[in-house]
Design a protein around this ligand. Structure first.
Ligand code: PMP
Length: 439
């Protein structure tokens, strides 16, 4: 008997790199769909956690990658120059607002980008403190975890002297204050006491907190943080890894907040599915010292070419506007069915980054964690892929390919409507999801 891909995966692939596992196994992908062994097509509303920004097998990425590997201008950036890496860096500098002179660091993942940014900033500024947020996820390497406040990483050692602030969550407000003013007061208190601003090297922020629960901050909050810290020479690092490059309806998510960050980190969607990340920041930080933050295949021409093709497609096909339009359709479609579902506590987002927070009770807002896993499972049975995020694993996260069509959006809303209803009516047993929830 032929073993299933699921079983072969379970026997071979390390459990430590599994997260909130979905029941699907793909043998191919095309546009917004993943294709299973039996030929079944699944509408992917996650885009592999946002990495497949242009969907699967997009001709622009296929052509760029094929061309680059045919001509293969090296395999590394460390000790030699290659054309695709330089072109990608030039392109990034031209599309990211900021004061020059700036440089670009190229890597493989959101984790290594945030790690490189962190280490270079600490070293270049000679300051020891970092401010970030409870619930933030900046990566899974030692350095990036040390400034992340996600509940999945509570055992990871944190950077000594770092300060983790609550992230303002309008649905679950800190001290019942929806505006975030109480958090700003808390920051002021620390700056005036145990966290002197002249010792703070940087603040790391996600312009929408994604893994921490898909939280859109109240207007003006992030800008207020920058206004407090910038006069003291504190750098603002915007982590655009998941929500950047068109997904939010603008090219950069920080533009919704009126921010001009000093440092921006990119990954996931930048590579269109290939391993690629970037840090754009001040030259005096990113030129701090040679051999300081490097990995052999950084800037390899294949990944770099994919990155340039993704950026070109996002601009030429005006995907930020498309994400805004389709995101509006998706958000309003979901909101219009919400009244029928006691499980839905809140629906929020910007463009094509949308969260559906599930609760056991509308009054107490007790997180519906098990139910979130069940909805993911039932949606898979009905032909849709999505995952869940949040400190209580109860927020369905939708980050579809930026090319999602109107018709696919309608299909997505209908499937989610049905999946949530089936879970509410008890049609998904606990046993069914046993192997797939968690993380
Ligand atoms: N930053 C953010 C905001 C993320 O969402 C993630 C991944 N979920 C990372 C960094 C880490 O990226 P990667 O998994 O590519 O290392």
């Amino acid at each position: 008997m032929i073993d299933t891909l699921q079983n072969r995966d379970a026997k071979t692939i390390a459990g430590i790199q599994k997260l909130r596992f979905s029941p699907h196994s793909a043998i191919a992908g095309e546009g917004c769909y993943l294709i299973e062994e039996d030929g079944r097509r699944l509408l992917d509303l996650s885009a592999s956690w946002g990495a497949a920004s242009l969907g699967y097998a997009h001709p622009a990425v296929v052509n760029a990658v094929t061309g680059a590997i045919r001509r293969q201008a090296g395999a590394s950036i460390l000790s030699a120059v290659n054309q695709p890496a330089v072109e990608l860096a030039e392109k990034l500098l031209s599309i990211v607002p900021g004061s020059d002179p700036r440089k670009v660091w190229l890597g493989h993942s959101g984790s290594d980008a945030n790690e490189a940014a962190l280490r270079a900033i600490l070293a270049a500024t000679g300051r020891s403190r970092i401010i970030s947020f409870v619930g933030s996820y900046h990566g899974g390497t030692a350095g990036s975890m040390s400034i992340s406040g996600h509940s999945s990483q509570t055992n990871a050692p944190k950077l000594p002297n770092s300060l983790f602030l609550p992230y303002p969550n309008p649905f679950r407000p800190f001290l019942n204050d929806q505006s975030g003013a109480a958090i700003l007061e808390l920051l002021d208190f620390h700056l005036a006491s145990d966290c002197p601003p002249e010792e703070v090297a940087a603040v790391f922020m996600e312009p929408i907190m994604s893994d921490g629960g898909l939280i859109v901050p109240p207007p003006g909050f992030l800008k207020a943080i920058q206004d407090r810290l910038r006069p003291h020479g504190v750098l603002l690092v915007c982590d655009e890894v998941k929500v950047g490059l068109g997904r939010s309806g603008l090219l950069h998510c920080f533009q919704h907040e009126g921010l001009t960050p000093d440092v921006v980190t990119f990954a996931k969607g930048l590579g269109g599915g290939l391993a690629l990340s970037a840090v754009v920041g001040p030259a005096d930080v990113l030129d701090f010292a040679q051999a300081f933050a490097m990995e052999t295949t950084c800037g390899n021409p294949v990944s770099a070419s994919a990155g340039s093709a993704v950026l070109k497609t996002i601009q030429e096909e005006n995907l930020p506007d498309h994400a805004a339009e389709i995101g509006h359709q998706l958000l309003s479609g979901l909101k219009s069915m919400a009244d029928r579902h006691p499980l839905i506590g809140d629906i929020r987002g910007r463009g094509l980054v949308i969260g559906i927070e599930l609760v056991q009770d509308q009054e107490t807002k007790a997180p519906a964690t098990l139910e979130a896993a069940k909805v993911v499972y039932r949606a898979y049975e009905l032909g849709l892929v999505c995952y869940y995020v949040g400190l209580h694993s109860n927020v369905l996260e939708l980050t579809p390919p930026l090319i999602l069509s109107h018709q696919e959006t309608e299909q997505a809303v209908a499937i989610l409507d049905q999946a949530i209803q089936d879970v509410e009516q008890g049609r998904v047993s606990n046993e069914k999801i046993g192997g797939f929830k968690g993380g």
